[in-house]
Design a binder for this molecule. Structure first.
Ligand code: SAH
Ligand code: SF4
Length: 340
C-alpha cells in the first residue's frame, strides 16, 4: 500500500489523475499534510467523504511514534521515536525564542564510527525512508503547534549515505505546494562523503552545506574519523569542496569539535587555517559534548578554545565558539543514541 509521506507532488497528481479526480485535489491534500499537519483523512473536511474513504483504504500514514520527549534547561527538546519495524531514532528541537531549528536523523545508527560520537558507537542498522525523515519534522511541528523555521540534517546517521531519500525529502520540503521551506533554511551536515558533495554541486535547490572536519591533518583525522577518512582523505575532500564552492558560489561551514589535547593546540589552528586556505571558511568551534561510553574524550578548556580562536582570528578566519545546547539531556551534537 502507498504511504502518504512517500509521495511527492507529481505522484499525488498522478494518483488523482488515475482516480479521475481533479488536479487541485493534490494541492488540497498537500495543504492538509504539510501546512496544517493533519494526518488523518477524516479531518480533511474540504475533500468529499467518498474520496476520503477511498484514500483511507489505499494510502496510509505511517508516522514515527513518540516514545519519549525530554526538555533541557535551555529549552532544547529531544524526541525519541519508534519506527514501524521497532527501531528507534532521535530528533532534537533547538529553541532560540521564536526561531526554531529541527535536527533530524537520516539513518538508524551510523556506519562511520567516529570515535567521539555516541551515534557512531551504535554501528549502522538501516537507512530511513523519505517518509520517516519527513515524519520526524512534521510530527515535531505538530507537537510544537507552530512551524519550525530551519531544518538541519545533523541527527543520527550520515545523510550522504542515504542520498536518494535525502534529496527527495529536500524536494518535498522546498516544494511551494508542499512544505515550502526556503533553501536557505535547510542544511546538510556530512562527515565528508565526496560522492554526496559532488551530487549536491549539481542539485537544483541551493541548500547549505556543513562539513564535520574536526582535524587539521590526515593522521589525526584517521584516528578520530577512521572510516570516512580512509575513503575520503583530507586533500580529496578539500578538492571536492573547492569544486563545490566554484560551481555553486556557496560558502561552506566547518564543524570542529574541540577535544582536549587531541586537536585543540595552536599548531592545529595554524594547520587548519592552511588546510582551508582559499575556501573562505566559516568555522564553528564546538566544545566536545561528553559521551558516557567515551570517557577518554574530554572537552577542551575554555582557555584552550579561546586560544585556538585567537590564532584563527589572527589569520583572518571567521569562526564562532558554539554554546553547548541540550547536553543535560544528551541532546547535543554527537550525543544521540536512541536509548529507551
Ligand atoms: N553524520 C553527519 C551528521 C551528524 S551531525 C556528520 O557527522 O556531519 C552531528 C554533528 O555533531 C557532526 O558535526 C559531528 O561531527 C558532531 N559530533 C559528533 N560527536 C560529537 C561530540 N561528542 N561533541 C560535539 N560534536 C560532536
Ligand atoms: Fe556518523 Fe556523524 Fe557520528 Fe561520525 S559524527 S559517527 S558520521 S553521525
Amino acid at each position: 500500500m502507498n504511504d502518504a509521506l512517500e509521495l511527492n507532488y507529481n505522484q499525488w497528481l498522478e494518483l488523482f489523475s488515475k482516480w479521475n479526480e481533479q488536479k487541485f485535489r493534490a494541492d488540497q491534500i498537500c495543504q492538509w499534510i504539510y501546512a496544517r499537519k493533519v494526518f488523518n483523512y477524516h479531518d480533511m473536511t474540504n475533500i468529499s467523504k467518498a474520496l476520503r474513504e477511498k484514500m483511507s483504504t489505499s494510502i496510509l500514514f505511517t508516522l514515527p511514534v513518540l516514545i519519549k520527549q525530554q526538555t533541557s534547561q535551555d529549552g532544547t527538546k529531544k524526541f525519541l521515536w519508534q519506527l514501524n519495524d521497532n527501531k528507534y531514532i532521535e530528533s532534537v528541537l533547538l529553541n532560540h525564542g521564536s526561531y526554531k531549528t529541527a535536527c533530524i536523523s537520516t539513518q538508524v545508527g551510523c556506519a562511520m564510527r567516529c570515535s567521539f560520537c555516541a551515534t557512531g558507537t551504535l554501528g549502522f542498522t538501516r537507512n530511513l525512508t523519505q517518509g520517516e525523515i519527513l515524519g520526524q519534522f512534521l510530527m515535531m511541528e505538530k507537537l510544537n503547534k507552530a512551524d519550525i523555521n530551519n531544518i538541519v540534517f545533523m541527527g543520527m546517521g550520515e545523510p550522504f549515505l542515504n542520498e536518494d531519500n535525502l534529496f527527495s525529502v529536500i524536494r518535498v520540503l522546498n516544494h511551494p505546494k508542499m512544505r515550502n521551506l526556503g533553501a536557505r533554511h535547510i542544511t546538510i551536515s556530512t562527515s565528508g562523503i565526496i560522492a554526496g558533495i559532488e551530487k549536491l554541486s549539481d542539485f537544483e535547490i541551493p541548500i547549505r552545506l556543513s562539513i564535520s572536519l574536526h582535524a587539521s591533518n590526515d593522521e589525526l583525522r584517521s584516528k578520530i574519523m577512521p572510516v570516512v577518512n580512509k575513503n575520503y582523505p583530507l586533500q580529496k575532500l578539500i578538492d571536492a569542496l573547492k569544486f563545490y564552492k566554484n560551481k555553486t558560489g556557496e560558502r561552506i561551514t566547518f564543524e570542529y569539535a574541540m577535544i582536549d589535547r587531541m586537536n585543540d593546540s595552536p599548531e592545529n589552528a595554524y594547520e587548519l587555517a592552511a588546510l582551508l586556505d582559499g575556501l573562505q571558511p566559516y568555522i564553528n568551534l564546538i566544545p566536545l559534548n561528553p559521551v558516557a561510553s567515551k570517557p577518554e574524550y574530554k572537552r577542551s578548556s575554555d582557555e584552550r578554545i579561546k586560544n585556538f580562536g585567537r590564532v584563527l582570528k589572527e589569520l583572518n578566519i571567521e569562526y564562532e565558539i558554539r554554546k553547548e545546547r541540550g547536553s543535560d539531556i544528551d541532546a547535543a551534537c554527537g550525543q544521540l543514541a536512541a536509548k529507551k
